[in-house]
Ligand binder design. Structure first.
Ligand SMILES: C[S@@+](CC[C@H](N)C(=O)[O-])C[C@H]1O[C@@H](n2cnc3c(N)ncnc32)[C@H](O)[C@@H]1O
Length: 688
């Protein structure tokens, strides 16, 4: 390989390019665009290594929750257990010294990587029987980029959440995911009410926590009756909550009102957990010691009165020495400003302290002398993690759960089918201004080639009779659940000139987003986007809607943060693998290859939708699919994001920008560097 001289590199960089995002760094881009230009320079070729990259599991940046968790480094949100194996990128693609390639450009984002980027199914997929909708044409090479053939996987997702049986979903993940979902519902209700008050139409909608748990139960197979004795998988000592229902959701204490939770058994109730109200001043006086605590049972009318179920359960726990989960509760009265914000006078904080056993008990008369009750002395089981409750309570971080500095109901102001809420728990910054659009804005696509539609009236299928199926290589790109079957160089959905109805299986992304998503402020990457509900692998998530501009115009723009370069790889036969012989266009239109053709860029800096906020991850859960349906100009495919993994509620969405280190330059031709904060185990440390 021949290296370019520094001067030449600078010259080319200065003359040619600005900072855009990553497709042009893909091998394919250089082959298409630069080969001829490169020939004019007698510098020989240079193979630039591609990132390879993994799509197996991804980062979950749970910044919002972090303050609620202590003593755990919050690694619970980083999924370290994904088993997927990453298939490395080919490194040098077409690295023929006779066809020298130039590394010219600055930062732009990744269409090409999406299909050039090979990955294998994660082991968890492979472990499961893959249910294909139909057989595929014989392939020379088995595809390694199928994203969604396993129907069973989605079906078992709930099971895996409960059991933590899949490496992808540990018990901790499962607990956090449920908790996040519940909190998110709660905050949404809180925000809605705030918005109503702001518009002067506020009425008290009742207990939001009750409404939130109702909604949560509707969405999940939540079972009050499923109770644990001893530790609850996925919870940790020091976990902090603000709502009683959060304890229910994670399984620490399933009683919504009572302080004692127990399992009914024929041989006698057995206690599982207690919530006991404490006093911070008293705790400080006791020097933060929690090894021995006292808990008062329900009142009895007479010393020999009938014992209620919870007292009986505690007595039986004493008898059997069964460990009990102990949750300390503290109440803080809010300032008038805080009260306005949360429409409540006080804030409870619940801290899980670990397992205790009943050491002894005695009866006591109430101060007014009218009732009697049992007092239980609980002894903390030895060997458990220490806990500094005073420090937790005095940390103002806790408040962030109830006091988001910024909440917006819908970033799109009603333009999206599903509202996209905005939260900022980090600071009081609001999302930067941009004009929200839901359709591509463009001056360059003036006379789009009209798409040749299919004439199917009986449903488009995998037959060669459907013109759209033919363009897709003889198979429908989506399964009957509407999930994309595999990443392809270009997907053709049926369009306006097709005779098939809107319900056709080959119309998916054109129907728009359907999952609830949220824009949120991350700690280190600016704004990001996360899922508010489970998104199965292969689902369409959203389109990168932006201003479609010429490449030259992109070079003139000063803000390069939201540039996403697009281009066609339709004629790249290698990317079609075994399907190329099924695509007539690949056989006859070879002369039409788009070498040196005009290329285009999406710029979402001024006009865009929420997808402009989707960050990069070295282990992404989305990929960008080139797709056409309303025109046939292959130079300007739409960029559609599909899930390439199952995405859990509250998990951040991310795709791989596919920048390359050392190949992004500033206006003076100097190499620019940016650290990557995706936080995944596969992180290379650098965005570029
Ligand atoms: C398309 S924008 C994404 C939204 C952006 N976070 C924002 O607040 O507008 C791309 C920019 O986000 C930041 N970014 C995205 N992913 C990142 C990552 N993994 N590490 C560091 N910064 C990242 C970088 O500043 C990048 O130039």
């Amino acid at each position: 390989m021949v290296e370019f001289s520094e001067n030449l590199k600078k010259e080319v960089v200065c003359k040619k390019r600005k900072v855009l995002a990553p497709w042009r760094f893909q091998e394919g881009y250089e082959r298409w665009l630069n080969r001829n230009k490169a020939k004019k320079l007698d510098n020989g070729g240079k193979c630039h290594a591609t990132n390879g990259g993994s799509l197996d599991s991804h980062s979950k940046n749970g910044e919002v929750l972090e303050p609620n968790y202590v003593n755990q480094g919050f690694d619970g949100m980083a999924n370290n257990e994904g088993n997927a194996k990453r298939a490395k990128g080919s490194g040098c693609f077409g690295g023929n010294p006779d066809k020298p390639q130039i590394i010219l450009y600055k930062a732009v984002v990744p269409w090409r990587f999406q299909v050039g980027y090979k990955r294998q199914f994660s082991e968890e997929h492979n472990l499961r029987r893959r249910v294909f909708i139909r057989p595929y044409p014989q392939r020379k090479y088995p595809s390694s980029v199928r994203v969604s053939a396993s129907c069973e996987f989605a079906a078992s997702q709930e099971l895996s959440r409960q059991q933590g049986s899949l490496s992808k979903c540990s018990p901790r993940d499962s607990v956090l995911s449920s908790l996040h979902e519940f909190q998110s519902i709660y905050r949404e209700l809180l925000g809605e009410e705030e918005a109503q008050w702001a518009h002067g139409s506020g009425t008290s909608s009742g207990r939001r926590d009750y409404l939130a748990i109702k909604k949560f139960k509707e969405r999940n197979s939540y079972d009050d009756a499923k109770k644990f004795i001893g530790e609850v998988p996925g919870t940790r000592i020091g976990d902090v909550f603000h709502l009683r229902f959060e304890l229910c959701v994670v399984g620490l204490h399933r009683q919504q009102v009572l302080s004692v939770d127990f399992i009914k058994r024929e041989e006698g109730n057995i206690n599982t957990s207690v919530v006991s109200y404490g006093d911070l001043t008293e705790l400080k006086r006791k020097k933060n010691k929690i090894d021995i605590v006292e808990f008062s049972g329900a009142p009895l009318v007479a010393p020999n009165g009938t014992l209620d179920g919870s007292t009986l359960a505690l007595l039986r726990s004493w008898e059997t020495k069964t460990p009990i989960r102990f949750i300390y509760a503290f109440t803080r009265y809010l300032s008038s400003i805080e009260q306005l914000k949360v429409k409540a006078k006080k804030l409870n904080t619940y801290i899980y302290c670990g397992l205790y056993t009943v050491e002894k008990y005695w009866q006591k008369r109430s101060d007014d002398g009218n009732t009697y009750f049992f007092v239980f002395r609980l002894q903390r089981v030895a060997g458990q993690a220490g806990l500094d409750i005073v420090a937790i309570l005095e940390s103002r971080k806790l408040d962030s759960f109830l006091f988001p500095a910024v909440y917006m109901e819908d970033l799109s102001f009603g333009k999206e089918k599903v509202p996209v809420s905005v939260v900022n728990f980090i600071n009081s910054e609001r999302p930067p201004f941009f004009k929200y659009i839901t359709c591509l804005r463009t001056h360059v696509l003036r006379d789009p080639t009209p798409p040749v539609g299919c004439g199917c009236t009986n449903g488009c299928s995998d037959s060669l009779k459907c013109a759209c199926t033919v363009k897709n290589g003889g198979e429908l790109p989506f399964n009957d659940k509407g999930h994309i079957v595999e990443a392809k160089p270009l997907v053709f959905e049926c369009g306006p000139s097709c005779k098939c109805p809107p319900t056709c299986h080959n119309r998916v992304s054109q129907h728009g987003m359907k999952f609830r998503l949220q824009v949120f402020k991350t700690k280190k990457m600016g704004w990001g986007v996360r899922a508010l509900e489970f998104i199965p692998s292969g689902s369409f998530v959203c389109e990168y809607v932006a201003e479609l501009i010429s490449d030259e115009e992109a070079q003139r723009r000063t803000n390069d943060e939201y540039l996403f370069s697009i281009g066609s790889n339709y004629y790249d036969e290698e990317l079609w693998e075994g399907l190329k012989s099924f695509i007539p266009a690949l056989q006859r239109d070879k002369s039409l290859k788009l070498e040196d053709d005009e290329v285009f860029t999406m710029d979402a800096s001024e006009f865009g939708n929420f997808s402009r906020f989707i960050n990069h991850s070295c282990m992404p859960n989305l990929y960008a699919q080139n797709l056409l349906y309303d025109h046939d100009d292959k130079r300007m495919p739409r960029i559609m994001f599909f899930a390439c993994e199952n995405i859990q509620p509250m998990e951040e969405l991310a795709y791989h920008y596919n920048y390359s280190v050392g190949q992004v330059h500033d206006a003076n031709g100097n190499v620019k560097k940016k650290q990557c904060f995706c936080g995944t185990k596969e992180c290379t440390g650098w965005l570029y």
